[in-house]
Ligand binder design. Structure first.
Ligand SMILES: [Zn+2]
Length: 480
């Protein structure tokens, strides 16, 4: 015979664990691609669910046996709090009509009212509060089943490949010419340039403009990441990009048929570089480059924007928990949990991509390396001196963006410095995928900075003609 407190403990463990993982379960089908979910993540998730259920079950059954009624009621309410918050946030996020509820003021007022009521109830009627918390459990069973079903379908999805080959493998240095394409996500032309020259407060970009060719009318393949990066990979401009069934599709015209991006890469820079004898390497975040380019590049590493799970870290039961919490809304109060986790993920992700950008050019006579950096895009977690936590790193302010841009400037300096001995036979293309979208008119979103550094370039030159970045990359690969 199982004791009632053990039964309640088991039920609470299973239900509250499921509700806790509702943000992960609630990732829409077409957005799951960006999670880069792998079979290893599924194993971590199963272990995390079992461990969390047992821990919650233990605390609940201990509380029910405890003679300290107030402490028991407090513990049980405390243990309900985060799972119910996760469920509420997921439901609110899925219902666009009630998104205004995420505004800080109504949330703070509602939360303060609820906590005050709950505290009064725990003090006056601890047993009734405990009873009420248990009575909620059967009501939550349907939500538990739904969340469980979505988590199982996530675990059944195709495993995304996140790395193969080695960027900068052991070996003698490449003779070159090497090509390094640096795409800084959301690097703003308007911030970087004073008119048609780069401001001195960004010394590395300023020096790059003095050393090479800077283009004042350069256009990326699209005004947002989802259009622009597929365009860079394919060397052309698409009118539409969509994700479905874990794959990326693109169309040449707004009403044109969608085709798989993999089938559009024949004019892409990686294939062109390979045909010209280059070893090809790619590192970046956001898109599943290793799946998309598995037959185009020799080495690849890609990092999910959301999955706090894999960047060189050992397998951990905490990984699915961090990932789940990083999917909460960034607004108060869930931002108090989400924002530090996401900020540290941005830090680790940026450091990993910078390391790939800095790796020496080896493994072949000449190397073509494409790097997609996660800065100066939000979350804003840097200033000139490095990592710095902000209250809400997702709010785009002039100061937050300019701080992150100053850090991006030091990153560019660091990458060029790492290749200092090879710069004589290395061509560097520095550009962006789009403008700072929050501060720019939609028709200007594809106006990006573009600098090309070549050893043969004796002094600064400026090109004021309208220019496609992909055309310039093509010329850099084909020129001798
Ligand atoms: Zn972007």
């Amino acid at each position: 015979m199982i004791a009632p407190d053990t039964k309640w403990g088991c039920a609470a463990g299973i239900v509250l664990t499921a509700l806790f993982f509702s943000p992960l379960a609630g990732v829409p089908n077409d957005q799951r691609l960006f999670l880069f979910w792998r079979h290893g993540d599924s194993i971590d998730l199963i272990v995390a669910c079992i461990a969390m259920s047992l821990a919650i079950g233990f605390v609940v059954s201990w509380s029910l046996r405890s003679k300290h009624r107030h402490l028991a009621a407090l513990l049980i309410c405390g243990i309900w709090f985060i799972p119910l918050t996760c469920l509420t946030a997921s439901v609110v996020r899925l219902l666009p009509g009630v998104r205004w509820l995420l505004a800080p003021t109504p949330v703070a007022m509602g939360l303060a009212f609820m906590i005050a009521m709950l505290a009064a109830a725990i003090i006056k009627h601890p047993l009734r509060v405990t009873r009420l918390a248990l009575d909620i459990l059967p009501v939550c069973v349907p939500a538990t089943v739904v969340v469980g079903a979505f988590l199982v379908s996530l675990m059944m999805a195709r495993s995304v490949s996140t790395t193969f080959g080695t960027i900068g493998p052991e070996g003698s240095h490449a003779r070159g010419p090497n090509i390094l394409v640096l795409v800084f996500d959301e690097l703003s032309y308007n911030y970087l340039f004073d008119g048609t020259s780069v401001g001195r407060h960004y010394p590395a970009f300023h020096a790059a403009a003095l050393r090479g060719v800077s283009y004042t009318q350069a256009k990326s393949p699209g005004g947002r990441t989802l259009l622009s990066l597929p365009g860079y990979l394919a060397g052309k401009r698409f009118a539409r990009a969509e994700v479905a069934g874990g794959l990326m599709y693109v169309a040449d015209s707004p009403g044109g048929p969608l085709v798989a991006l993999e089938a559009q890469l024949e004019d892409g820079p990686c294939r062109q570089a390979r045909a010209a004898g280059y070893r090809t390497e790619i590192s970046g975040y956001y898109l599943p480059y290793c799946d998309l380019l598995k037959s185009e590049v020799d080495a690849c590493r890609t990092i999910s924007e959301y999955n706090s799970n894999w960047i060189g870290a050992p397998r951990s039961v905490w990984s699915p928990i961090w990932t789940n919490l990083s999917l909460l809304p960034h607004q108060f109060p869930t931002g108090l949990i989400k924002n530090p986790i996401y900020s540290y993920h941005q830090k680790a992700m940026t450091a990993a991509i910078i390391a790939d950008a800095q790796a020496p050019f080896t493994g072949s006579d000449k190397v073509f390396r494409f790097i997609h950096l996660s800065i100066p895009h939000a979350p804003f977690v840097y200033d000139r001196d490095g990592f710095r936590l902000r209250g809400d790193p997702f709010v785009t302010t002039n100061e937050a963006y300019a701080d992150q841009l100053r850090y991006t400037d030091t990153v560019l300096a660091g990458i060029l410095n790492a290749h200092a001995s090879a710069l004589d036979n290395t061509r560097v293309v520095i550009t962006a995928d789009h403008e700072l979208r929050a501060n720019t008119a939609p028709e200007e979103n594809d106006h990006v900075p573009l600098f090309v550094l070549r050893t043969s370039q004796p002094a600064a030159a400026t090109v004021d003609e309208p220019t496609w970045v992909s055309d310039v990359v093509r010329q850099v690969i084909s020129s001798r």
